[in-house]
Design a protein around this ligand. Structure first.
Ligand code: GDP
Ligand code: MG
Length: 440
């Protein structure tokens, strides 16, 4: 029986490395996920080409889990492309230090102006004055004034009919009088880029000589946002990007495209309508979001179709110790599949007939095996390590990822619990010892 045990594991030890076909297949899945995350086609193509030689490298061949390795390489590459988390704000000018916000209409400029004012006040301990240069849209100046009033931020008093250039000059003397150390200029936008708008922000830039020009872009507009960024960058010296509505964007692709196309650092994310909903940009979070999109981890694991020698060894050892993890369960499910069902894998174990009837009762057959495999693959590493944390919302995500529903997931969790309890019991009698005694 010990022999059989070893036989099962050794049959699974073959092909512990990724060949080119498998890499190609894995990268196809990643390509799909990037596109689904709204990364533009050009950027996606470029990215895949860049990452392929790294995936084909030695590392992956020697790694114990090739699927995880591919994901790690892709993830690292994404993080490095997205740029560093960067909170530097250039204050290097004679106060009042001028900064301006540009972007299309509705992208969130005015809201972001107030958010930034609050952020700078809190984090740089500076007194801020906000100034609206949007003289075209009715009530645009009033919108900023009211935001200032609600949040205790100084705004330049409105004079109807004044042109942007004159407002700029008035702002500087007002800031001096009020002791404001930074002036944030909110500019007008258009629904699309036009020449008049571009020449106006260029003129404003030349008048105020800002240390920072923030481009505000709506992440929901995805690829369009990237093109917009390029246009703005050609006109003014954009120093940082603020991506708004990140709260409503589960995809994260806009960030990658924007950064890639414009080469301007993303500095902040807008994550809601409230003034405090401004976050410093963290590339790792966006990389996670992008990869989470098509459940890359499971796709690549599937493409690799490889258990990995280490995994098998670990499962073997765990089993002998009576420990049973979700990863072991996954390995076992795959073994079952290869062995053509439950008999093969279970027959070496003591009390197998009892377990078998229990498994039959819970309906484990070929289809269920594949389904359970999909469910475990849709779990994160953390969830596999500690299934207790799988709450309602996690179940929903896992159900989506595996094409099942919460009830099916509950069933699997129950099975898993039952099995791990059984493993524990069996180990008390020592599995190896038992097998020597001879089992049915
Ligand atoms: P502007 O035309 O560029 O000045 O855009 P506004 O600042 O007036 O914003 C337009 C709308 O987008 C407003 O309703 C804002 O509350 C909303 N908004 C701005 N930033 C965000 C954000 O990060 N998340 C969400 N959910 N809404 C935002
Ligand atoms: Mg506005």
């Amino acid at each position: 029986l010990t022999n059989k045990f070893e036989e099962i594991f050794s049959s699974l030890k073959k092909a512990a490395s990724l060949d080119e076909n498998q890499v190609d297949e894995g990268l196809r899945s990643i390509r799909q996920a990037l596109l689904e995350a709204d990364v533009s086609l050009d950027v996606t193509k470029d990215f895949i080409e860049k990452v392929k030689p790294k995936v084909m490298g030695q590392e992956i061949i020697r790694s114990t889990s090739p699927g995880d390795m591919v994901v790690k390489i892709v993830y690292d590459e994404l993080v490095s492309l997205l740029g560093e988390s960067n909170t530097d704000i250039n204050l290097n000018a004679v106060p009042p230090v001028p900064m301006m916000l540009v972007g299309l209409q509705g992208s969130g400029k005015t809201t972001t102006t107030a958010k930034l004012a609050k952020y700078l006040e809190k984090n740089k301990k500076k007194k801020i004055m906000m100034v609206s240069l949007d003289v075209y849209r009715p009530a645009a100046q009033e919108q900023l004034r009211s935001l200032g009033e609600q949040n205790d931020i100084l705004t330049l008093p409105i004079i109807e009919g004044q042109l942007p250039a004159d407002i700029c000059r008035r702002a500087v003397s007002a800031a001096n009088l009020n002791g404001a150390e930074i002036i944030l200029f909110d500019t007008a936008g258009r629904t699309q880029i036009d020449l008049q708008m571009m020449s106006e922000i260029k003129q404003i830039e030349s008048i105020i000589k800002p240390t920072e020009v923030f481009l505000v872009a709506d992440s929901l507009t995805g690829q369009v946002a990237a093109e917009v960024a390029k246009e703005f960058k050609n006109t003014v010296n954009v120093t940082g990007i603020v991506l708004t509505r990140a709260d409503g964007d589960a995809r994260g692709g806009a960030a990658l495209s924007m950064k890639y196309v414009s080469q301007v650092p993303i500095k902040f994310l807008g994550v809601g309508e409230k003034i405090e909903n401004l976050e410093v940009f963290h590339p790792d979070r966006i990389a996670n979001r992008i990869l989470g999109m098509g459940d890359i981890v499971s796709l690549v694991e599937k493409a690799a179709e490889d258990l990995g020698e280490e995994n098998i060894k670990k499962a073997e050892e765990n089993l002998k110790k009576g420990q049973f993890s979700m990863e072991d369960y996954l390995t076992q499910l795959r073994q079952m599949k290869k062995m053509g069902g439950i008999e093969g894998i279970m027959s070496f174990m003591p009390g197998v007939s009892k377990m078998k009837s229990q498994m039959d009762a819970s309906g484990i057959d070929e289809k269920v095996i594949s389904q359970n495999e999909a469910i475990i693959l849709s779990m994160t590493k953390k969830e596999r390590g500690n299934p207790k944390i799988i709450d309602g919302s996690r179940k929903k995500r896992i159900a989506n990822g595996s094409g099942t529903d919460a009830a099916t997931i509950n069933k699997l969790l129950k099975q898993f619990k039952m099995m791990s309890e059984m493993m524990k019991k069996m180990s008390k009698g020592n599995l190896k010892g038992m097998s020597d005694k001879g089992i049915p």
